[in-house]
Design a protein around this ligand. Structure first.
Ligand code: NAD
Length: 251
């Protein structure tokens, strides 16, 4: 099958599916200027080891190192803007073609683009919380405290340690992951966009859906069981698929 036909095939899969969920990874946000982990040349992996910089081991045992490195990566996403792919997904939800987005991303770009049902399985960078009393605070408060030399930042209520609400390597998965699992299990179709599918346990989700489409610039371990694979920029691929969906709606 030529690459031209694959967009039409994906459009048909979407039309014939009772429940379609989308699983996104860092690749959907590269065109918003946020580097992913594994793209050759630009991925963060080439500059540092994210499993170290964003680990509970460093967060709790060497907070200075965490706030000098990992925390800066988290803050760097704050002003990013959604790109074409995020906006198309928000519109597809509005039009009833997809039921939710499960995202590994912590950049808030799906919500900024207007997506309503978003499961953030690796947390988010809007808030932090106290590891002692659970009080939730805006991430900006952690930023202010850290820039004033308060490392680790402390809770104003109980003096416990504050931390970002991002799932670090070594953390348990949040409640959103259980919900995402349920979504995936009950779906007819999952569309993976911009993920290397190498981070566990999220990479188990595609195996739960009846049908699978992968839109990713490079190979993934799930390619062999996919009904369709598109190796292209997320925005480009989604715009072409949407054209076929529109044609079907009008015709
Ligand atoms: P990854 O870096 O392991 O893989 C990204 C994949 O996206 C790569 O296979 C790459 O080929 C592909 N890609 C890059 N640009 C693309 C584009 N424009 N269109 C289509 N495909 C593209 O990312 P991952 O699988 O999400 O795993 C990394 C972990 O790090 C995740 O937990 C993720 O949340 C986190 N992370 C998040 C952000 C973010 O929030 N934006 C950024 C970096 C890392």
């Amino acid at each position: 099958m030529g690459q031209e036909d694959v967009y039409e095939k994906v459009a048909r899969l979407i039309e014939n599916s009772k429940k379609t969920v989308v699983l996104t990874g860092a690749g959907i946000s590269t065109e918003s200027g946020i580097p992913d982990f594994r793209s050759p040349g630009t991925g963060l992996w080439e500059k540092m080891d994210p499993m170290e910089a964003l680990s509970t081991r460093v967060l709790y045992n060497d907070p200075k190192k965490f706030y000098d490195n990992g925390f800066k990566i988290l803050l760097s996403m704050k002003d990013a803007k959604p790109n074409k792919a995020h906006y198309i997904l928000a519109q597809l939800e509005k039009d009833g073609f997809i039921s939710s987005v499960i995202t590994q991303n912590i950049d808030n770009l799906h919500q900024k683009a207007g997506s309503k049902k978003v499961y953030e399985v690796h947390g988010q960078t809007r808030t932090g919380s106290c590891t002692n009393c659970g009080t939730v605070v805006p991430i900006d408060l952690l930023e202010v405290k850290v820039s004033n030399g308060e490392i680790p930042p402390k809770c104003d209520k109980c003096n416990g340690i504050l931390r970002p609400d991002v799932v670090m390597f070594g953390d348990q998965m949040p409640e959103d992951f259980e919900k995402a699992w349920h979504e995936a299990e009950n779906s007819d179709l999952m569309i993976v966009i911009g993920s290397s599918l190498t981070v566990s346990p999220v990479n188990f989700l595609p195996g739960l859906s009846k049908h699978l489409v992968i839109i990713n610039k490079s190979e993934t371990p799930e390619d062999r069981r996919a009904d369709a694979i598109i190796r292209e920029s997320a925005g480009e691929a989604l715009s072409k698929i949407v054209r076929y969906l529109k044609a079907a709606q009008q015709g």
